[in-house]
Ligand binder design. Structure first.
Ligand code: ZN
Length: 84
């Protein structure tokens, strides 16, 4: 997350986009369509079968909700920090 906050500078839209891609990634989804129907994919190379097999992907809605909570707190802190 700090990576996405730092790598995009001041561009919050880019930050959200990067976060969104991570959100897909952690669910083992590496290609998806965004709200405008544009196909987006992770920036990493194709993952090896081993990597896919051994990674602890998020598989339940409740895990994803937990993650969303953490991230929205992070964004609140980030935006609050920016205002000072
Ligand atoms: Zn990915």
């Amino acid at each position: 997350m700090w990576y996405s906050a730092q790598s995009c500078g001041e561009d919050e839209e880019e930050l959200l986009r990067t976060w969104n891609s991570l959100r897909y990634h952690v669910q083992n989804i590496h290609e998806w369509k965004d709200k405008k129907g544009v196909t987006r994919r992770c920036k990493h190379a194709t993952l090896s079968e081993e990597h896919v097999e051994w990674t602890d992907w998020i598989q339940s809605e409740s895990e994803l909700r937990e993650l969303d909570k953490v991230v929205s707190n992070f964004f609140k802190c980030y935006l609050a920090a920016k205002l000072h």
